[in-house]
Design a protein around this ligand. Sequence first.
Ligand code: FCB
Length: 442
Amino acid sequence: MTTAPLPPFPPGFRWGVSTSAYQIEGATTADGRGPSIWDTFARDPGRIVDGSTGDEACDHYHRYAEDVGLLADLGVSAYRFSVAWPRVQPTGAGTANPAGLDFYDRLVDALLDAGVEPVATLFHWDLPQPLEDAGGWLHRDTAARFATYADLTAARLGDRVKLWITLNEPFVHMSLGHGTGTHAPGRALLFDAFPVAHHQLLGHGLAVAALRARTTSPVAIANNYSPVRLAGNSDADRAAGAAYDALHNRLFTDPLLGRGYPDGPGLDPGVVRDGDLDAIAAPIDVLGVNYYNPTGIRAPAQGSPLPFEIVPLAGYPRTAFDWPVAPDGLRDLLRWLRDTYGDALPPIQVTESGCAYDDVPDADGRVHDAERIAYLDGHVRAVREAIDAGVPVTGYFVWSLLDNWEWAEGFTKRFGLVHVDYATQRRTPKSSYAWFRDLVRR
Ligand code: FCB
């Protein structure tokens, strides 16, 4: 592990940690919350590896004050959480449920009292189930519904949230939720999932307009990116790499930054109506970048339904998720964004970066997660290198504050700076928490 001191970061650089509603809150029926697609999906036998649900998760809904205390002790300048749409609009439509918004009101005030800037994501995958029943993101009307929900939420919190993020990782919600069906809502449509890309992007654009009418705080979107590493150098491999790049890295960024959709197999924009691309390209103030790992790609076998094949990358250490640890991928990605989008690129904040390891408390109850420290150290250095190369990066958020409910992996993957014993809900800061606190202090 690297031990050289980290070089200083520009003044005002935002250090934070991230979470999302369904992964930590629990209390899924409290105060009028309606069901979301993840409540439904987690109950479908065989979908979640350990058969668990987010019914209790980290019980953050009741323990938020303790968790804000952990943030204050950590000394971060910002905390990125998500608002659960089914708390605000239990059926996905109609007037706001005040009791649902009350929770975020209390959370935001507690954060401000603790000197931590609230950063709110409006959609981190927990669509109200009634909207899914009406077609979900395959259905154009969901985009308009999302803008209404954004308006209702900003009407209540717009005076205090310091950065708004419309969508979290629309690529992952499209591909895993609607392409392969490994996430909620569990649809396996492959490229027929494309309308989900367009309707999320349209919802983003309409929500940006709704937010602008309610707040002067900056507005962003958080995209997932994964640089392509070719596992061969034939023309067919290169074509496969370009196809994957278009799907994962450009489908959700080209139209946001005013370029329309990239050409590529399966991206036939039949659902795009006049005016949509202008709405999607509404200026944003920050581009959120979620980065975990690069993707190995080669040409597909004959007869494959996909224009690429994903292959494991050799030669990297791996996390408990079996994801390769490749900080150079983050540096390359940040440079690629700058080189590709040039002046159209707004300042970047890394809105998620982190890793899962099998953290077990020792006999004294301490969790020594040296691998996580090494991971974060490498990725923070990669950001620093990108800044030195002229990329405008203004923040870095660790995923995650707490161990939490990791979607289809249930409770089996721990990403937190803070260990959670799910039987007792006891929080234990890991060594990485102390390491990050020291970094933030410096
Ligand atoms: C990201 C998600 C986040 C978490 C991390 C590990 O794709 O946005 O909720 O699951 O992966």
